[in-house]
Every structure is written in structure tokens, then in C-alpha cells.
Design a protein. Structure first.
Length: 433
């Protein structure tokens, strides 16, 4: 059993359930040199954080783990731009540090109870692991802050961290994932001294009585909404034909700068690639939600084509798919060896009335084709060649909640229905309680 808002650890049978996986960045610009470097997964011995034993610096935010003094939070999160910081604690326990193994940091909380931080790309699982039925059902996380802000959502189920109104991460509503059902929990979020907050989770007693141990209480910390690899990029012709736009915050579809522009996207979907959709699944529905930031006017009819060849987010452009040698068969990724020549799904009409809101694009048949073929190269969006629509992509910085969200509902060969959310994003969301 897993209590978790975001996870890819699921039994492959049972009732409807939800997994949030992201379109994630694998690289980050070094803050000093400006050069691209790999995202850091394994905590290193702390040098910048003198009060902590381990740290991760190659990330959107700076992270510190395992304090040298018991009065400090178990994990610190620092925004390097504003120097605002937030701390995560378990105030009802006196954790005993166990150690670090690769990307796993662990503490003993009590007999039969451990606390773990598992770093998975931009995702961190913060797990309370029960190896036997615990003597308590209530668990409290303390969230402290310095300079940054904390605010509850309107429904009092989530807690956002922000700087000057820009949201950087959140604690979202946790869930219990069983082998045959999903149970949402209602956390209690209350303010404490100095504008800090406590988040309490109560595990239902009947769940603990009936569970097969070990049991994991996992209100996950996300340093990007999800562990999955993914990518997005737009390609543009004319004088822009040799430029790569893989690191832009937005994607463009239709016509921009008097040139045709397409967007390519790929999520890790298939189970064989480390995703969640198994071979032979029937896709009941697949919808991609994207936030419309700019629109030139008129109606831009936008729809997908399944890609049939490999392409690089950081190297591709109008002429080139990968390097070397890898040019598209036809410039603009338009050849039959580049993409399917028939769009399989209904196209979406985008207008100025959709500005500053979510727009849904249909992908059911496109994703089904990916499952049927068993090879996933993503999909490409075409639009009206005289109208530009600009949408927030996976590199959007100010509000990670407005990054692309792909929701897939599928049935396995045995007929059980499942639901998966792929949330595009590259920065932080703290999910859980």
C-alpha cells in the first residue's frame, strides 16, 4: 500500500487510479558558467550547506539533507535567486540517521518505522515506511520558511510555497494507492508560529488492519512533477531553420515570424520504456491540456501526428532531427519516415477566447497507435499556417502548475481500467502532506 499523490509504483490491476508523471528536464544550466550540466540525482557531501551532511546543487532549487544538529529541518529547499528557504521536519519524532545509499537517504523514527527521502530526477519521495502495524495513525510534517511565502489553496487541501507571488512548489493532497483501489486523504493544514505550517495526515485504521506490510506513507516531494523522462520543442522554418528552441519556456504552433512552426512532444508512456501503460492496453481516452499564453487572433485548428523516428530536444530544428547525421526526410519533420501522414485524432479549434486558460487536445488514437506499434517517438502538432498559438511548455518557470498535463485512461487486457496523469514540468512541486 502506498499513500501518495504522485507515484509510478502501482499494482497493475484493480480500479481506476491516477499516476502523475512529468515531461522533465534532464539538464540544467550551471549558475556560474551558464553551461548545460546533468541534473544531480545522488546527494553529495555538503560543502555549501555547512550545517548539513549532504546536498544537491545542480537543480532548479538547492537542496540539503541530514542536518548536523537535531534542531534543524531534515531537508532544506533554497531558491538561489531570492535566497528564500523552506524546511521540512517531523516534529513528533527524534529521527536517528541511518545513512545514504545512492539516491536514498534514510532515518529510523521508531520501532518498525523509517523515514526515507528518495531522489528521482526532479521527484523526491518522502516516505514513512511501516514494516509492521504502527502504534500511531497520525503523522505531522512541519513546514518552516525564511523570506519565502506559504499559502493554503482555496479548498484547504494544498499548500503552496512562493516568492513575490511566483509559486515554486506545493504540498498537494495525498492518496493511498492499494492494489485494487485509490483512497484520497484529507490532510489538516494549520498555521503555526512565524507563518509556518503543520500538515497532518491520519491513516484510516481499517487500512492498517487489512494491509500487507511493508506499508508506505508517501506524501511526495516533487522537484518537477514526476520521475519520467520527456521533452518538447518547436521547430520553425526560414531564417530560423537551423535554430534549436528546446529550452524555450513556450511552444508555438501555426505561424510565427511569418514562418510555419510545429511543436514536437514526447512523454514516457510505455511500460517497456519505464512508463506505466502496458503492452496490449486499450486507450479509452487521452487528453493533453496546455495553457494558452498568447494567440494572434482567428481560429487555429491544432491536431497531432504520431512521430515515427527519433529526435533530440536539444539538437533538432527545422532541418535536423538529431546530430549527427540525422536530417529529417523532409524539412519540418514532414516526411513519411518522420511522421505519420494521417492525423488520427480530432483537431481542436483554438481562439482568443481561450487565452489564459487550459486548452485540451485529443490524443486517444495517437496514443493507441503508439501502444500498438510498441515504439514511442512522441507526436507533432500542426496548426493553421496563418495563425500563431503560443502555449506554456515544460520549461515554464513562474508557475509549474501551468505546464502541460497529459491524462490517459486505459484498460489492460484483463479489462481493468486505469488512469494516468503525465504532468509536464521542470520545477518544483511539493506533493503530499
Amino acid at each position: 500500500m502506498i499513500i501518495n499523490e504522485t507515484t509510478e509504483i502501482l499494482s497493475k490491476r484493480g480500479l481506476n487510479r491516477k499516476v502523475e508523471i512529468s515531461l522533465k528536464r534532464r539538464f540544467i544550466r550551471n549558475r556560474c558558467s551558464g553551461k548545460w550540466t546533468d541534473i544531480q540525482l545522488n546527494p553529495a557531501q555538503a560543502k555549501e550547506f555547512s550545517s548539513y551532511n549532504f546536498e544537491i546543487l545542480n537543480h532548479d532549487l538547492l537542496l540539503a539533507f541530514a542536518p548536523k544538529e537535531s534542531s534543524l529541518p531534515l531537508m532544506m529547499i533554497v531558491d538561489p535567486t531570492s535566497e528564500a528557504s523552506w524546511g521540512l521536519s517531523l516534529p513528533d519524532f527524534d529521527p536517528e540517521f541511518i545513512g545514504v545509499e545512492d539516491n536514498l537517504i534514510s532515518w529510523k523514527l521508531a520501532d518498525g518505522i523509517e523515514f526515507r527521502l528518495v531522489v528521482l530526477g526532479h521527484l523526491i519521495h518522502k516516505e514513512i515506511v511501516f514494516t509492521k502495524k504502527p502504534s500511531r495513525r497520525k503523522f505531522k510534517f512541519g513546514i518552516s520558511r525564511s523570506s519565502g511565502d506559504l499559502e493554503k489553496s482555496a479548498d484547504n487541501l494544498e499548500l503552496y510555497a512562493s516568492v513575490h507571488g511566483n509559486r515554486l512548489f506545493k504540498f498537494a493532497r495525498p492518496k493511498i494507492l492499494l492494489s485494487d483501489e485509490v483512497i484520497k486523504l484529507t490532510p489538516s493544514i494549520s498555521s503555526s508560529q512565524y507563518s509556518s505550517f503543520n500538515i497532518e495526515i491520519i491513516v484510516p485504521e481499517n487500512i492498517l488492519n487489512d494491509a500487507e506490510y511493508p506499508v508506505i506513507l508517501d506524501p511526495t516531494v516533487i522537484l518537477q512533477p514526476g520521475p519520467s523522462e520527456g521533452k518538447d520543442v518547436y521547430i520553425k522554418g526560414g531564417p530560423y531553420q537551423d535554430i534549436n528552441f528546446g529550452s524555450e519556456q513556450t511552444v508555438q504552433i501555426g505561424r510565427a515570424n511569418n514562418r510555419t512552426v510545429y511543436t514536437l512532444m514526447q512523454f514516457k508512456i510505455l511500460e517497456s520504456d519505464g512508463g506505466s501503460v502496458p503492452s496490449g492496453a486499450t486507450i479509452n481516452s487521452a487528453e493533453l491540456a496546455m495553457w494558452l499564453w498568447s494567440h494572434s487572433g482567428g481560429t487555429n485548428s491544432i491536431g497531432p501526428y504520431r512521430m515515427v523516428r527519433e529526435w533530440s530536444e536539444t539538437l533538432c530544428n527545422w532541418n535536423r532531427a538529431v546530430y549527427p547525421p540525422g536530417n529529417w526526410q523532409i524539412a519540418g519533420a514532414d516526411g513519411e519516415n518522420d511522421r505519420e501522414q494521417t492525423s488520427l485524432d480530432t483537431w481542436t479549434d483554438v481562439t482568443s477566447g481561450d487565452l489564459n486558460s487550459w486548452v485540451s487536445f485529443h490524443l486517444t488514437n495517437t496514443i493507441q497507435a503508439i501502444v500498438n506499434v510498441g515504439t514511442d517517438y512522441g507526436f507533432k502538432f500542426h496548426g493553421n499556417p496563418s495563425i500563431k498559438s503560443q502555449l506554456w511548455g515544460s520549461d515554464y518557470i513562474n508557475d509549474p502548475s501551468k505546464r502541460p498535463i497529459l491524462t490517459i485512461e486505459y484498460s489492460e487486457a484483463g479489462g481493468f481500467a486505469n488512469k494516468i496523469n503525465f504532468i509536464g514540468g521542470k520545477t518544483i512541486g511539493l506533493i503530499g502532506g
